[in-house]
Design a protein around this ligand. Structure first.
Ligand code: ZN
Length: 155
């Protein structure tokens, strides 16, 4: 990765850690669609996140989260929320799988920006084992909460 690319990616992470898309109070039982929650902690860094997913009538997923932690964990939750606003459930599962693969690549994979969007900015983070959990925390919460939302639909 070029230095210019690294700087660009670092800026994307910094911007998301400040803007924090989706960072808002959870609706919990006031949510009208099928919804699920997940609370995840990353004790090695001190990151904590509570994330809610709600399946909307148009086939997209609303994501809301509260939490606190390092800029990587907060930026990752923001990127996830942004991606979810335009994606179907199937799209998001595909994105989640690709992001997971990228984060375990130790910097060897080239991110597919067309699919990953701003999540591609975390490519460099995959070289630092101690930070991978920071980047994945909100995605673990998302998968767990989405699973609950889908299960509640089947009941
Ligand atoms: Zn962290």
């Amino acid at each position: 990765m070029s230095t210019q690319m690294q700087q660009l990616y670092q800026q994307v992470i910094l911007d998301h850690s400040r803007s924090r898309i989706g960072n808002q109070a959870l609706l919990r039982d006031d949510a009208t669609g099928a919804h699920g929650f997940s609370h995840q902690v990353n004790p090695t860094c001190g990151d904590e996140i509570e994330l809610e997913t709600e399946l909307l009538d148009d086939g997209t997923i609303a994501v809301r989260w509260t939490g606190d932690g390092c800029s990587i964990s907060m930026a990752s939750a923001s990127v996830l929320s942004e991606l979810a606003t335009e994606a179907s459930v199937a799209d998001m599962l595909d994105i989640e799988a690709k992001f997971h693969e990228l984060m375990h690549s130790r910097g060897t994979l080239e991110a597919d920006e067309e699919i990953l969007g701003d999540a591609a900015a975390f490519t460099g983070v995959s070289k630092f084992p101690a930070r991978i959990k920071c980047a994945l925390l909100s995605w673990v919460a998302f998968k767990d909460a989405l699973n609950q939302a889908q299960t509640s639909l089947e009941e």
